[in-house]
Design a protein around this ligand. Structure first.
Ligand code: NAP
Length: 371
């Protein structure tokens, strides 16, 4: 049985990964050991059958004993630990949810419904580094998989609406704290019917110095933040840059036609699940029926929503999608601003197909469990 060390199991991505591994009985297939950067030595019940003593995630000797290490701990941890392990001749598989290694030539971005052949070839070639893609990239590729398979896409502009949990467990809590602070004005709703006074009260709270914004550095509850990650020289945010480079690394790895992707990435006050409004330039004028059919039938996870008001409101939102493996895809129609342009609105749980699921599935591929 493969010895698999899991680091970052209690974070946002890690918690969802553990949940999915239980659901799919993955722990029966491996000898799992759990590591922590802050709680080594503590006893925790992660496996149903027994308690586990947490190992020290900075102990290179303990890490080296693992055949496979799966990290959901974040990029700083990867930067610090992986080079030390390789220097000590550790030749195991490193699976990561962080972005650090994604563009390295010796790392494969894993999204097996799209690039399983590339993953299989890389295993045969002796590749050892496997990285889950950026959440919006993986979700977008699965959402428009049908157009990709047929090589119909010329370019995509993706405007994202990304949930608080995309920034981690602590940020999710900060959004809830902000919501709580805004609800201080609730008492006044009962006594004060003047909507402008209530609105002013909410604005005062969210813009006051005592409003909690340590992590987001701006109000997210009742507002939005039009920037995710650092600024690059191109004027893009790093999150926006990832959209194009990662998409094309995944597509090229499996022989698909590459295409450009660009747009703005925006953090919104949703708790979980990322939404994206896509403008897609197709290489020809196809009927809307053909486009819908290709999108809807591309893979088992698409939940195609017809372009109708009631169905879109009910099914095409973070509230409807969170916690589900299915990816909702709708608002498909031809745009009136140019030729061969269509709109697509898609919502997917960024903690499932956007993070935990691709790394869970590559673990199964590496340990020969059928996915
Ligand atoms: P996270 O929730 O911030 O967790 C990371 C680590 O923070 C945990 O493993 C834990 O480490 C520590 N931690 C400290 N206080 C905690 C608390 N109160 N609750 C839970 N954990 C706490 O990070 P994440 O969102 O899972 O992201 C992990 C990596 O995946 C990052 O590189 C991120 O960029 C990437 N990623 C995230 C998403 C997403 O949607 N969140 C999507 C794709 C990729 P110890 O147990 O060792 O203390």
């Amino acid at each position: 049985m493969y010895k698999v060390g899991i680091i970052g199991w209690r974070g946002m991505v890690g918690s969802v990964l553990i949940q999915r591994m239980h659901e799919e009985n993955d722990f029966f297939n491996i000898n799992a050991q759990f590591f922590s950067t802050s709680q080594a030595g503590e006893s925790v019940r992660i496996l149903k059958s027994q308690e586990s003593i947490l190992l020290d995630a900075f102990d290179i000797g303990a890490l080296k004993k693992m055949d496979i290490l799966l990290s959901c701990q974040g990029g700083d941890y990867t930067k610090k630990i992986l080079p030390s392990l390789r220097k000590k001749n550790w030749n195991g598989h490193w699976i990561d949810a962080a972005s650090t290694l994604r563009m390295d030539s010796d790392a494969v971005i894993v999204l097996d419904p799209i690039n399983k052949d590339a993953i299989k070839s890389a295993i045969e070639a002796g590749n050892k580094n496997w990285v889950g893609g950026n959440c919006t990239v993986s979700l977008m590729l699965l959402a428009i998989h049908g157009l990709i398979k047929e090589n119909l896409v010329e370019w995509v502009s993706s405007m994202t609406y990304q949930a608080a949990s995309g920034a981690g467990a602590q940020n999710m809590k900060e959004l809830l704290i902000q919501m709580g602070e805004l609800s201080e004005s609730l008492d006044k709703i009962k006594t004060n019917t003047n909507i402008l006074d209530l609105d002013k009260e909410v604005q005062l709270i969210m813009n006051s110095d005592r409003f909690t914004k340590k992590l987001f550095s701006a109000p997210l509850a009742g507002s939005l933040i039009p920037w995710i990650d650092e600024k690059l020289e191109s004027g893009q945010s790093r999150e926006e840059w990832k959209g194009s480079v990662e998409t094309n690394k995944i597509l090229k790895s499996n022989g698909h036609k590459p295409f450009s992707v660009d747009g703005l990435c925006v953090r919104i006050g949703a708790m979980r699940s990322h939404s994206q409004a896509l403008t897609i330039k197709l290489n020809n004028d196809y009927t809307i029926e053909k486009i819908e059919e290709l999108i809807a039938s591309a893979n088992p996870w698409i939940n195609f929503i017809p372009n109708e008001k009631e169905e879109s409101i009910k099914n095409l939102s973070p509230a409807a999608v969170s916690g589900k493996l299915s990816i909702a895809v709708g608002r498909v129609r031809k745009l009136n601003v140019g030729e061969n342009l269509i709109s697509v609105f898609t919502v997917g749980d960024q903690l499932l197909w956007g993070a935990a699921e691709p790394v869970r599935r590559v673990l199964n591929i590496l340990t020969n469990k059928t996915t």
